[in-house]
Unconditional design. Structure first.
Length: 477
């Protein structure tokens, strides 16, 4: 049981050590540790240097005082001062020694003249002392100033360096323990941080594996903290929602293609069989060609919608939308007259947008075609173009049979057709193309009941299609 637990732990720990977060944490540890070492070395140098300077200044002051005493009171006065200072030196940290020309001690608390202090060219000397303590003899370092008096007398005034050595030792000890503690805490922090990050990444990986296994409804869990990982997970979930929606749309389109193309293909096959049985029938040949043309038109419409939706080309052409709407209305004016329909226009002049003129014209023709097709004889069609809130709004209203509000979104799907429209020519791709063109131009398409009054038509019937586009700006060029 214990072995099983370790077998689970070690792979996780190994993966943790290989994680980029842990390696980044170790890099920060190395950088921080180097900075700490440099700081402590500087503090060590500054502190020990300051203490050494204080010791030298203290020694120099004592030497100057003794020399002045010697010049003023002579040899006896110097001996008296030395005796007094040695008496006050209860901690034993100050050293005094007066010697003759041959370095034989005359007065002081050192038993002999240090060998290192015999070079008269070096006024400052460092030497070792053997001091008896409760723990036995111990070696201490001392620093002294050597001064030659009148009469070839030698005067040595010094201080032990024990406090300085202890300070140095404490600094190095603090440096060592500080580094160990820093590395230990940083290592623990790096492991904890890496484990948290690795856990969040593993959630993303686990969700990805489930999605690759076919569970398209799986989503990355959110913690609600709003941190970077939550934002990333939210964006990935939104992307997955979009992908799932697109895949569902592809399945829906495939089903619609199979369903809507089966009937014309069956009719075409039956027509060809009849022609095979009756080769002299030219009427059947014309009908078969018409059926084939209808199929080709359907596929061409599908391809064009796909190209519009997948295009990444910037639309920077300045289009006179007012003139374009007038051209589309003029194009269908004859057809409206044939059905004795009233075609009213209210088009504001000189309205421009950035886009593709051909695509926009095709979208306008599709909407107008539907309006004329589904508006009965003597019906009313109204086209209005106006500017409002930096948006171009095009309203195309008709007094036809309309669309139920529950199906406003469905009519934009490929091959979707209302029941009352199945008897009329069409393939269910017209409004899908319009929606693709509007979206390509960063616009919006909306459906609503028409605005015709009771005096003109029954307000319960008819439809208004509202197309909205951003107005042209000079910076778009």
């Amino acid at each position: 049981m214990r072995f099983s637990g370790l077998s689970v732990f070690y792979p996780h720990f190994s993966r943790l050590l290989r994680s980029s977060t842990f390696r980044l944490g170790m890099m920060y540890i190395a950088l921080f540790g180097s900075s700490a070492i440099l700081l402590i070395v500087f503090l060590y140098w500054a502190t020990t240097g300051y203490l050494a300077q204080q010791i030298d200044e203290t020694i120099e002051a004592e030497v100057q005082g003794l020399a002045e005493q010697y010049r003023r009171d002579g040899f006896s006065g110097l001996l008296s001062v030395l005796r007094e200072r040695i008496k006050k030196n209860t901690d034993g940290r100050a050293y005094y020694l007066l010697a003759d020309a041959y370095y034989r001690p005359l007065r002081g608390n050192l038993s002999q003249w240090p060998q290192e202090a015999r070079d008269e060219t070096q006024p400052w000397v460092n030497f070792s002392l053997s001091v008896k303590t409760a723990k036995g003899k111990q070696q201490y370092q001392a620093r002294a100033r050597v001064f030659v008096l009148l009469g070839s007398l030698h005067l040595l005034v010094g201080r032990d360096m024990q406090s300085l050595e202890k300070t140095r030792h404490q600094i190095w000890l603090a440096l060592g323990w500080g580094l160990l503690l820093t590395i230990w805490l940083a290592l623990i922090g790096g492991l904890l941080l890496s484990n948290g990050v690795l856990r969040r990444i593993e959630q993303i990986n686990q969700t990805s594996r489930e999605i690759m296994a076919g569970k398209m409804s799986q989503r990355i869990p959110l913690t609600g903290s709003g941190d970077d990982f939550d934002q990333l997970a939210g964006h990935l979930n939104a992307m997955l929602d979009q992908i799932e929606s697109l895949m569902a749309g592809i399945r829906h389109i495939s089903d619609n293609i199979a369903h809507d193309l089966r009937t014309p293909l069956t009719r075409l096959r039956n027509r060809l069989e009849q022609m095979q049985q009756n080769p002299d029938s030219h009427n059947g040949l014309d009908v078969a060609i018409a059926e084939a043309d209808q199929l080709l038109n359907t596929f061409n419409a599908l391809l064009r919608i796909t190209r519009i939706e997948s295009s990444q080309e910037n639309l920077v052409q300045k289009v006179d939308f007012s003139a374009l709407v007038n051209d589309a209305v003029e194009f269908y004016a004859v057809m409206a007259e044939e059905k004795q329909q009233i075609l009213q226009t209210q088009i504001q002049a000189d309205l421009y947008l950035s886009g593709d003129r051909d695509l926009l014209f095709q979208a306008l023709l599709n909407v107008l075609d539907n309006a004329i097709k589904y508006t009965p004889t003597s019906g009313l069609i109204r086209v209005a173009l106006f500017l409002q809130s930096a948006q171009l709004h095009l309203e195309i209203s008709d007094s036809g049979c309309g669309i139920p509000e529950a199906q406003y979104e469905q009519v934009l799907q490929r091959f979707f057709r209302l029941e009352h429209s199945r008897s009329t020519p069409g393939n269910g791709l017209g409004l899908s193309l319009v929606a693709a063109v509007v979206q390509r131009h960063q616009g919006q398409i909306q459906f609503m009941p028409n605005h015709l009054t009771d005096a003109e038509q029954n307000p319960e019937t008819g439809l208004t299609v509202l197309l909205s586009f951003p107005v042209f700006k000079s910076c778009d060029l």
